[in-house]
Design a binder for this molecule. Structure first.
Ligand code: MN
Ligand code: MN
Length: 319
């Protein structure tokens, strides 16, 4: 489905993601997404952060800036929104008080998208939302490979806060619940300090590969992407993109910034270098509009989502 023309969205005064059509909200369940290749779902939840909140507003602000992204991808040379029928599925609605119910509602919403045969692109919200998304994906695909961009490992335990589910734990829980294929967690941009020396051991024992910033410096983002693409092969891949994987100089609008991260250029190279993977879902999380300057984090976030959609379009268009 093509984008609305710029004049049309200006006339409406409303901006769905990328000026796309919205889902048939009057239809129940998966029928709302009939015929879609991909569905963008907002998840305005930031009740699971350990530091500065505000990511709940990202879906609204990312919709606004995504209007500036046009359909033709200059790298893959493909018209993404003609190659794919992409819908704005609106937001997952919940009272923002009870984290466990919110997780269940996110899982149910993603399940409807996948049941419709569409690939979910989930716009957080904080990183705790990745766990219910992975629960829904694993139900359909079995254990998935995960490409995880982040400053943080996100394999923390309940030891710190007395609570096993928050934005620092989604991948520990996903591993424990068997949602990830063994040896298929690829973590890029990791650089945050650790509380104890064993912090990196849990994921490593589960067969994860860490591409820390020294590895990016040494090999370059394109070579890292090529290594990951070769490693995952045809496996179903979930791309989980925490915006704090990017250096705060390029993406200041996030609640838990860590110096020394990826440039925006490296992030785009990384995602373009994953062409050919079997992408079954993506999230973009931890964008905090209130901490942003001149929408720079938002514009990057919208382009990263577009890069993910372009991977799907290029795969569909390739023989
Ligand atoms: Mn992070
Ligand atoms: Mn994270």
């Amino acid at each position: 489905m093509p984008q609305q023309r710029a004049a049309a969205y200006l006339r409406h005064g409303q901006t769905p993601f990328f000026r796309l059509a919205t889902a048939a909200f009057h239809e129940a369940g998966a029928a709302a997404y009939a015929g879609a290749d991909a569905v963008l779902l907002g998840v305005p939840w930031d009740g699971s952060v350990t530091y500065r909140p505000g990511a709940r507003f990202a879906p609204y602000e990312l919709r606004r800036v995504s209007a500036l992204v046009q359909s033709f991808h200059p790298g893959h040379r493909i018209d993404v929104f003609r190659a794919l029928n992409v819908l704005d599925g609106g937001n997952v609605a919940f009272p923002p008080f009870h984290a466990e119910s919110v997780r269940d509602l996110i899982q149910a919403a993603v399940d409807e998208v996948v049941s419709a045969g569409a690939v979910p692109f989930v716009v957080g919200g904080d990183h705790s939302i990745a766990l219910p998304v992975l629960r829904a994906l694993a139900r359909h695909h079995g254990p998935v490979a995960v490409v995880h961009v982040d400053a943080h490992l996100d394999t923390s335990t309940s030891e710190v806060w007395g609570e096993p589910f928050h934005h620092g734990t989604p991948f520990r829980n996903a591993i424990d619940e068997g949602l990830l294929a063994r040896g298929a967690l690829h973590q890029i941009g990791i650089r945050a300090t650790w509380g104890h020396p064993e912090e990196g051991a849990f994921a490593a024992h589960a067969g994860a590969t860490m591409y820390d910033m020294d590895r990016i410096d040494d090999d370059g983002a394109s070579a890292v992407a090529a290594a990951i693409a070769a490693a995952v092969g045809d496996a179903p891949v979930y791309l989980s993109f925490d915006i704090d994987g990017i250096d705060p100089a390029f993406a200041p609008g996030t609640g838990t910034p860590v110096p020394g991260g990826l440039t925006s250029r490296e992030a785009i190279q990384l995602l373009r270098g994953l062409a050919g993977i079997n992408l079954v879902g993506m999230d973009l999380v931890e964008v905090c509009p209130a901490l942003d300057h001149a929408d720079m984090t938002l514009h990057l976030g919208a382009h990263l989502l577009f890069e993910g959609l372009a991977l799907l379009a290029a795969k569909k268009g390739s023989p």
